[in-house]
Design a protein around this ligand. Structure first.
Ligand code: GDP
Ligand code: MG
Length: 441
């Protein structure tokens, strides 16, 4: 389809393509940026490799260097990779009481995040929440959660000294059911490093509680270790989502990319401070910009791309207003229609075109015809497309044959072209064209 760019497009953008060398050079910088942002080495390597293949041969926007273009491609790919779900903040907590299990290393922020999440569910979703600490290892860990609960007005399971985590989990379940809670959050113990005891304990709790969500809490400043932590927890316990804490710090948050790449699980929230309302829904755009640290380049490229699109639309409109609507324009409109869900979809959006859409449809126009019409335009020479008045009988025969269609079909196309050109001219005078074009671009 793009093999033969229409003349208009050609003239307006003068595009070149990214060579393998361009991409390689730019990606060396990108790789350094990713590693500096603490993305783990294997993840950075795989990511860069995937981009190398994807970017080579892509068009370069006018007034942008190849390197800048690659940065933009990387940025978009980062967002794609980071975005795990359209609604990261939405947890599966219907069917009360829904258990949520919090897991992670010691000091990652599990207890704080448990309270933050409880506060959020209570305030934003009106949920009745019960929190329970299963941390029998660290002295005063249970009291810590109890104090946080008092601060945010969320109930905690009464502390019974000497119980093991599985027993506490069972008690939390019973209490949540009897007390009419919507959600109960189990805050587990962590270790400084992953060990078999820790994993065994978390697995035992999981088997009892059967959590609807198992959220892995990870320090966003974690670097190369992030991958090991994520793999281990996901393999042994099964994780449904990730929460990154300490994203208020200086770190560039490369752990986010490592987490997504390794677990494939959505990042749900980010912790942005010690205060209990410092928990926000994960936004891939924001984190992508931070990881790459090349925001200026990205916005430069975006601006250039937007300018070119606007320039293109503007020039096209000016020509339409003068009644210059040739076959290339028609073809672009037809292709646009295909993209936007056919004739009815497009015409419906354009003021004043509704009636015409009906006429065209009554004349037996369906969306398969669009494909055939594009083929007819493709079968014309450059000159013929620019100046449809050239189309006399012999040329018509050649064009129709080239598209494998009848001349009558070409005549229909030409008639439609004339009608549309007239329409454009009339609308141009009334200033309606501008409005209509807004709907198309
Ligand atoms: P746990 O051992 O996993 O339960 O970790 P804690 O919840 O006890 O948190 C350890 C420390 O990290 C505490 O001092 C918290 O205030 C702090 N902390 C937790 N989340 C964040 C965050 O998002 N930003 C910052 N700056 N500090 C945090
Ligand atoms: Mg804790």
């Amino acid at each position: 389809l793009s093999e033969r760019l229409s003349g208009v497009f050609d003239r307006l953008t003068k595009q070149g393509a990214l060579s393998e060398e361009d991409v390689k050079t730019a990606l060396r910088e990108v790789r350094v940026a990713l590693l500096e942002a603490d993305v783990s080495l294997p993840v950075a390597r795989d990511f860069v490799k995937a981009i190398q293949q994807k970017a080579t041969g892509q068009a370069v926007t006018k007034s942008i260097t190849p390197g800048q273009q690659v940065v933009k491609i990387v940025h978009d790919a980062l967002i794609d990779t980071l975005r795990g779900s359209d609604d990261p903040g939405a947890l599966r907590i219907d069917n009360p009481p829904a258990p949520i299990l919090m897991v992670g290393l010691q000091g990652s922020g599990k207890t704080t995040t448990t309270a933050k999440l409880a506060k959020r569910l209570k305030e934003r979703e009106g949920k009745r929440v019960l929190m329970a600490s299963l941390d029998v290892n660290r002295p005063a860990a249970m009291e810590q959660l109890q104090i946080l609960g008092t601060q945010i007005g969320v109930d905690t399971l009464p502390i019974v000294k000497g119980e093991d985590p599985v027993t506490i989990a069972k008690r939390a379940k019973t209490q949540a059911a009897m007390g009419g809670y919507d959600v109960y959050i189990l805050d587990t113990a962590g270790r400084l490093h992953i060990d078999t005891d820790l994993i065994a304990q978390a697995a035992a709790v999981r088997d009892v509680a059967k959590p609807r969500e198992t959220l892995l809490v990870v320090d966003g400043l974690t670097g190369q270790d992030a991958v090991n932590v994520a793999t281990e927890f996901d393999d042994k316990i099964g994780v449904t989502g990730v929460i990154l804490t300490r994203m208020d710090g200086d770190g560039r948050g490369g752990a986010a990319l490592s987490m997504r790449a390794v677990t494939g699980k959505p990042i749900r929230f980010v912790g942005l401070g010690e205060k209990l309302d410092a928990l926000e829904t994960f936004e891939p755009e924001r984190i992508a910009g931070r990881i790459l640290g090349m925001g200026d380049i990205v916005s430069l490229v975006e601006k250039a791309q937007a300018t070119i699109e606007a320039e293109q639309a503007e020039r096209m409109m000016k020509r339409f207003q003068k009644g210059q609507f040739n076959m290339n324009d028609l073809r672009m409109q037809l292709e646009q229609m295909q993209k936007m869900g056919g004739m009815e979809g497009v015409m419906g959006m354009m003021p004043g075109m509704g009636k015409m859409a009906k006429q065209v449809q009554d004349a037996g126009f369906d969306d398969k015809i669009i494909t055939r019409q594009i083929a007819l335009v493709q079968s014309m020479t450059r000159k013929e497309r620019a100046n449809p008045a050239l189309l006399q009988a012999s040329r018509k025969k050649r064009i129709a044959a080239g598209a494998g269609l009848e001349v009558s079909e070409l005549n229909k196309l030409l008639k439609m072209h004339r009608q549309m050109a007239d329409m454009m001219k009339k609308m141009g005078k009334g200033g309606m064209l501008k409005q209509a074009m807004k709907g198309m671009f």
